[in-house]
Design a protein around this ligand. Structure first.
Ligand code: ADP
Ligand code: MG
Length: 255
């Protein structure tokens, strides 16, 4: 059973707190979304889970092992991370996804590695891009390729920072349905930082609402995404519909 445990995590940048005493447990087969206004600490939290960032206080455990005790490549075998802004470089899509196999590649790339790369591209619907250069595809296409790269790592944990921000509505639904399916079938722990509250509501099992680096609300999306909480955290009056799908309609800015 894969599990991430975040215990008392506090992060500071230049003495300014970006996260404060965050406690959270994430279990396999579920999609957890992190929501909150710009600057509330979503990206910082993902970077702590991935051990890119060391908290000032607290620990992150994956299956009861401290992530900061694992070598970089061991973290990469367990955790796939797709950042908000992915770096561009003059590599082909194939090469970029193959880099996801780096934790496993010993002497040379195997036939199995190539198969995994091709199947990861197929799963995200990006096979046709395989010979294109990553800096010459659209933002949405790049987002899919970076997801394929994370899947090629064959991780137990998938961390995605605003995975649908560059996608059109069709691809938003396709990618989030795929992520949800992967969580269930491959028993992944999925953590998404999301701006789109309606999509977060619809596709997540657990929701974490951050305000100023602290967990303001946590639990079932229907309990976290209430008009009162959205008002307190975002300063916006909203109307929430449950049918035909969960939808958050912003009405007006209040504070
Ligand atoms: P979010 O992803 O929710 O928009 P972030 O986690 O990126 O928020 O940022 C949380 C807070 O930490 C913000 O106030 C931001 O300005 C600050 N911050 C983020 N990264 C850095 C950094 N590298 N150096 C200094 N401050 C940072
Ligand atoms: Mg962010």
């Amino acid at each position: 059973m894969v599990k991430i445990t975040i215990k008392g995590v506090t992060v500071e940048y230049d003495g300014i707190k970006a996260l404060e005493d965050v406690n959270l447990e994430i279990t396999e087969g579920t999609v957890t979304s992190i929501i909150g206004p710009n600057g509330s600490g979503k990206t910082t939290l993902l970077r702590c889970i991935n051990n890119i960032l060391k908290p000032k206080m607290g620990t992150v455990l994956i299956d009861d092992i401290r992530v900061d005790s694992l070598p970089r490549m061991e973290v990469a075998k367990r955790i796939g991370y797709v950042p908000q802004i992915s770096p561009t470089a003059p590599f082909t899509v194939f090469e970029v996804v193959l880099m996801g196999r780096r934790p496993y590649v010993t002497w040379s790339v195997s036939e199995r590695d190539i198969k995994i790369v091709c199947s990861a591209l197929e799963v995200v619907g990006a096979s046709h891009l395989v010979y294109r250069y990553i800096d010459e595809v659209s933002g949405g296409e790049r987002q899919k390729v970076m997801l394929a790269r994370a899947l090629a790592q064959e991780p137990q944990v998938l961390l995605l920072d605003e995975p649908t921000s560059n996608l059109d509505i069709k691809h938003q639904l396709e990618i989030l349905s795929l992520i949800k399916k992967l969580a269930l079938t491959k028993k992944l722990c999925v953590v998404l930082a999301m701006h789109d509250l309606s999509l977060a509501y619809r596709f997540s099992d657990i929701m974490v609402m951050l305000k100023d680096g602290k967990i303001y609300a946590l639990g079932d999306p229907s309990q976290v995404l209430t008009p009162e909480n959205v008002m307190k955290v975002y300063g916006v009056e909203v109307l929430i519909l449950d049918s035909p799908v969960q939808t958050i309609i912003p009405l007006k800015v209040v504070s």
